[in-house]
Design a protein around this ligand. Structure first.
Ligand code: HEC
Ligand code: HEC
Length: 413
């Protein structure tokens, strides 16, 4: 079994590489394509370009969010800033001129008018949403809208007000309710809307539009991934670029190409012209440069955490899977549904069964204090719950003291 998985993942890697090379040789010289070949991932200029792509690039997905879902109409008619904040959208204060900040502070700029949302989009201040605003008869009208990676994988530090502050890239936005946002579209059937509305905050089902099944996963962090050569909860790909292409083409509905021969049925999505491929290397370099946020001082007990490490390595048997510098045995090994404590699913089919590998990757433990809930389906809402479920399902017989110490250790990672 192990052998088969390794073979599959090296196959996946060669598919990705071949596609990069083939497409680059087909595309004429001079197209941005050559930017993605031979790039140094540590070059600050490459990382800066990747940051820009992460924050602002839609890969041309306006053709879906505008032309198909008609989200621009919903936003300009009904989404005032208060509503936008209530579905978890965030506002970046660095994009706001002082006059706008002052206007929000003194109440002269209304947070209950959709026109203010359009004004914020014009300033490029809504995290993860990219709008095109055109002047029609002297009035600003939102004519196009698309989404970027930052929608799900950035939040703000709330330094101005809840939901309004400085960007924190890589932090999953667990206030965001992607399903509720998509369900605002007038282009969906009631049955589709019911599924989208069932997901809840911080969750998204990246398989629903392929298999029609409903089982959303928690939006994971996009930080602390340098050296982790396996991505997604199910270890589907060998690098971040694998997921980036999947999500950009099949979920954001940007323009590009996606092929996955291991899926049942095999997936082949072609949405030309390719606006994804040439950006993948820089985009990946940026994500790998984002470090996990350290646990704030005072949020854990250092002495207890030190004792907890001995539980993690010893009686808890955690390190047998969460081993090495990144606390994972991937990519060498993946785990079946029967080995993970998060299955069976609370509702719906096994998440792994819907993936390319049909297995789970041992999640690399990083910034755990920051991104509750835990496991792909969020069944553990706290780290105490994580430890309890392992203690019960793996029959660890840990004492109350050992469990408490282990929790402090997890909080420190
Ligand atoms: C609509 C929300 C959404 C958008 C937009 C989105 N992602 Fe994700 N991302 C997810 C979810 C959900 C997963 C978990 C998928 C899985 O494991 O099966 C994920 C997984 C990831 C991972 C893997 C993390 C890990 O631990 O392996 C990275 C990295 C990532 N996303 C970065 C990005 C980038 C870069 C973009 C833009 C190209 C992007 N995402 C767009 C929701 C989103
Ligand atoms: C058999 C291998 C294995 C062992 C042993 C194991 N884990 Fe895990 N762990 C996994 C896998 C696989 C996942 C991903 C499961 C999922 O997302 O549903 C995971 C997920 C987690 C998560 C969730 C991380 C996140 O960001 O969602 C935490 C926390 C965790 N494990 C802690 C522990 C602790 C503490 C122990 C010891 C008591 C332990 N694990 C023992 C394989 C293991």
């Amino acid at each position: 079994m192990r052998h088969r998985i390794l073979k599959l993942s090296s196959h996946a890697r060669s598919v990705v590489m071949t596609t990069v090379l083939v497409s680059c040789s087909v595309v004429a010289i001079g197209v941005a394509c050559n930017q993605s070949v031979g790039l140094s991932p540590d070059d600050p200029a490459v990382i800066a370009r990747g940051k820009d792509i992460f924050r602002f690039d839609t890969f041309g997905d306006e053709t879906f969010w505008t032309d198909t879902l008609r989200m621009h109409e919903v936003i300009r008619a009904a989404v005032d800033p208060t509503t936008a904040l209530s579905v978890g959208l965030k506002v970046d204060t660095d994009s706001l001129p002082p006059a706008v900040v002052a206007g929000v502070q003194n109440g002269s700029i209304s947070l209950t008018s959709p026109a203010t949302t359009v004004a914020l989009l014009k300033l490029n201040a809504v995290v993860g949403l990219k709008g095109t605003v055109t002047s029609v008869n002297g009035q600003d009208v939102l004519t196009r809208v698309g989404i970027t990676c930052a929608l799900c994988h950035s939040t703000v530090d709330n330094s101005f007000a809840p939901g309004i502050g400085k960007r924190l890239d890589g932090w999953p936005n667990h206030d965001l309710n992607p399903g509720a946002i998509i369900a605002l579209s007038s282009a969906l059937t009631p049955a589709q809307k019911a599924v989208y509305n069932s997901w809840g905050k911080g969750k998204y089902d990246a398989r629903f539009n392929f298999d029609g099944l409903n089982g959303p996963s928690v939006i994971p962090p996009a930080y602390g991934l340098k050296g982790v050569n396996s991505v997604t909860y199910t270890g589907d790909g060998p690098d971040v670029a694998y997921w980036n292409r999947y999500v950009a083409v099949t979920q954001m509905h940007g323009h590009g190409s996606w092929v996955e021969a291991r899926a049942t049925p095999p997936e082949n999505v072609q949405n030309p012209p390719d606006m994804v491929l040439a950006k993948l290397a820089a985009l990946q370099a940026y994500q790998l440069s984002i470090q996990s946020p350290s646990a704030p001082v005072g949020t854990f007990d250092a002495a207890a955490a030190a004792r907890g490490k001995t539980v993690f390595d010893g009686a808890g048997n955690c390190a047998s899977c969460h081993g090495g510098d990144h606390f994972t045995d991937a990519p060498g090994k993946l785990h079946s549904s029967t080995e993970v404590v998060s299955e069976p699913e609370p509702t719906g089919p096994s998440f792994a069964s819907r993936s390319a590998t049909k297995m789970y990757r041992t999640t690399p433990l990083r910034g755990l204090w920051q991104h509750a809930p835990y496991f792909h389906n969020g069944v553990a809402t706290t780290l105490d719950a994580v430890v309890d479920v392992y203690n019960t399902k793996k029959a660890l017989n840990l004492t109350a003291q050992q469990k408490a110490d282990l929790v402090q250790y997890l909080k420190s990672l």
